[in-house]
Design a protein around this ligand. Sequence first.
Ligand code: IMP
Ligand code: MG
Length: 180
Amino acid sequence: MWEESTIAKVLFSEEDIKKRAAELGAEITKDYQGKKPLLVALLKGSVPFMAELIKHIDLDLQYDFMDVSSYEGTESTGDVRIIKDLDTNIRGLDILLVEDIVDTGRTLATIRKVLLARGARSVEIVTLLNKPSRRVYDLRVEYAGFEVGNEFVVGFGMDFDQRYRCLPYVGVLKEECYKK
Ligand code: IMP
Ligand code: MG
């Protein structure tokens, strides 16, 4: 396969991810009984995970997308810029923010505040991967697939320079690939 020589190790296989997504989907189904949540996937990395997750949520749900990026040079302020906003009026809705990986927590801490300010009834987070050792922003992560250490991962939606998103597994890139 094209990527093989650049991947140092596979952390989570496609099978691992599917199994974990099914478990998370079942938990969400139980926790959201009687509700009709709106899943909000953050582009682009969370798309494969959301596609897997929704197969396992047995609820009358809807989904929408947002694309955000960090303001350059304002690392400490926590500002994020909305590049593509929701199409949905979220007043009174129970929202599940779907993310590929939570790192410092800046993106989700900010977006959660924005959505609550717009009148969402609740905003919870479901992420494929969690990197708690890198957390800077105080953020409650309700549903996390797997914890990872302080290493750069790619695949199942996650990229390096927009590449590797299409891999069906999560792996660690060889150092020589991101060291110039
Ligand atoms: P945060 O706002 O610092 O939590 O950043 C989260 C975002 O950073 C994720 O949605 C990813 O786009 C990106 N990110 C953080 N760590 C990694 C990684 O190891 N591989 C790929 N993308 C990452
Ligand atoms: Mg992202």
